[in-house]
Design a protein. Sequence first.
Length: 344
Amino acid sequence: MSDDVVVGLDVGGTSTRAVALTVGGERLGTGRAGGGNPTSHGVERAAAELLTALRGAVRGFDPARVRAGAVGLAGAGRLRADPAGRAAFDRAWSDAGLRCPYTVHSDALVGYASGTATPDGTILIAGTGAIAAQVRDLRLDRVADGHGWLLGDAGSGFWLGREAVRALLADLDTGRAPGPLGRRVLGELLGADRVADRPRDTVDAVVQAVTRQPAVELARLAPLVVAAAVETEPVAVALIERAAGLLADSVARIRPAGAADPVVLGGGLLTGGTPLAVAVTAELARRWPVAPLRPAGDGASAAAWLAARDLPGITDPAALHPLLVPDLPVDGEDVDFDSSHVYL
C-alpha cells in the first residue's frame, strides 16, 4: 500500500497546482499551471490548465501507477452537473496518462481537509470574498455567507476595501483631513494623496475612480488596510476589528455554541499572521474556547489525501493525513476565496 500513488489538484482562479504522492508520503512530482476555474475561464481553457499541471506532476514516473485522484475546485457542483465540462476534465485526465477514477470536491472542503483530518468541523475563508461552512463526515453541510460583494461577503477583502473608501469619503464630506489610511487609499485610486482645494472635487474623483471599475476591484485596497493596521493606524485597526466580528458572526450562524471540533482558517486574509487573522483567531477563541483553531495548508496535498482515504485497504485515513499534507500553509492567490467563482 505504501507505494500506491495518488494525485491531488487545487484548481484556483489564478493558478492550478497538482501533486503526486505515494500513500507512504513520498512526493513524486508537482505541477503548476494557470488559472483553471471553468466558471471564470471557460471549460476548455480550464481543462487545458488541468492537463498542464497533471503532466508536470506525473512527469517523473509511469502515470499508470496512480490509483486515485481528487480535484478541489471552486464551482465543483456546477462542474459535476455539466456533462460537457466533466467530459473535458475526463479527457485531460486521460491525456495525462491516468487511468484511475477521480473525484471533484468543493475547494471549501479541500481547504478544510488541508487543516485537519477531523471529519466534523468548520471552515472559515476570507479573501476577496468570505464564506463559512460546516463540515460533517468530510462533506459540506451548512453554509453561511459567500453571497458575493453585493449581498454579503461580510468581513472580506472587498468589504475592507469598500469600508476604507467610505471612511475616506466621510472625512472629505466633513472637512477632516484624511488620516494615513485615507491618504493611502487616495494614492491608490487617484495616483496622489493630495486633497483638492475644493474637497468635493476629490470626492467626485474618488467616486468616479471606484465606479469606473468592477465593484469587486475594491478588494485590491484590502492590503492597504492590513498594512495600516500593522502600523496601528486607528481607522484601519477599527476596520479589522469590525471585520473579525462579522466573520465570527458568519461562523456563529452555522456552528453551535460550545462546539469543540476544529475551525480551519483559510484565504489570503486569514493565513500568514495578518492582523485580521490575529483578530479572528482571538474572537473565535473567545466564542469557542475549547475548539482547536488551525490554518489551512496545501490544497493539492489535501485533495490527494481525500483521494487516498478511499483506497481499498486504508483503515485509518487520519493516520495518513500528517504523511500527505504539509503542516505549513501555502502562500498564493489560490487560497483566496472569490465568491464570484461559485464556491460550492
